[in-house]
Design a protein around this ligand. Sequence first.
Ligand SMILES: NC(=O)c1ccc[n+]([C@@H]2O[C@H](COP(=O)([O-])OP(=O)(O)OC[C@H]3O[C@@H](n4cnc5c(N)ncnc54)[C@H](OP(=O)(O)O)[C@@H]3O)[C@@H](O)[C@H]2O)c1
Length: 155
Amino acid sequence: MTQSGKIRSVGVSNYTLAQMELLCERLGRPPATNQVEFHLLHMEPMYDGTFAQCERLRIRPMAWSPLAGGRLFHADEPAGGRLAAAAAQIGPRYDMAGLAELALAWVLAHPAGPVAVVGTSRPARIRSAAKAARLQLDRQDWYALWEAAQGRRIP
Ligand SMILES: NC(=O)c1ccc[n+]([C@@H]2O[C@H](COP(=O)([O-])OP(=O)(O)OC[C@H]3O[C@@H](n4cnc5c(N)ncnc54)[C@H](OP(=O)(O)O)[C@@H]3O)[C@@H](O)[C@H]2O)c1
């Protein structure tokens, strides 16, 4: 399809490491992206080799549900209170950014360079997501959000 010019590039979603290796072999080159779940409540791509594979193959991943589908803000989400408290401390250093902006900036700061696939269609929230794309979280604040999400100190 790409060779005949019908499509410019191929992207996949939720591919495992083995599926990606097989696809690369059959295509003869890596796809443009692998869209995977990644946010403060779901960090597996950092640990299971997905992002390392993206970096090795020079694929820019896409992060779906970068705000955990809104669960970050739910009162019954155990990590939500800790993240809100961390955001209240960190936000003033980033132009009074709130938890939504900081959570998106956290996703974007991973060295694999994820592109955040935001789900809201509310203009004000889309504007705040665009603001998040300009935030450069320093490493200490990135880890503070990691710790708040995990509920434990970095070992
Ligand atoms: N490839 C896959 O398997 C897969 C799976 C799931 C999703 N996706 C893709 O990922 C996209 C995004 O997923 P998602 O909707 O779960 O993304 P998300 O951006 O993590 O969550 C959006 C939800 O959070 C709510 N929300 C609450 N407070 C918010 C705030 N301050 N700022 C922004 N949003 C807030 C939104 O409500 P409002 O709408 O009221 O603003 C909306 O319901 C989907 O549209 C889909 O294209 C892909």
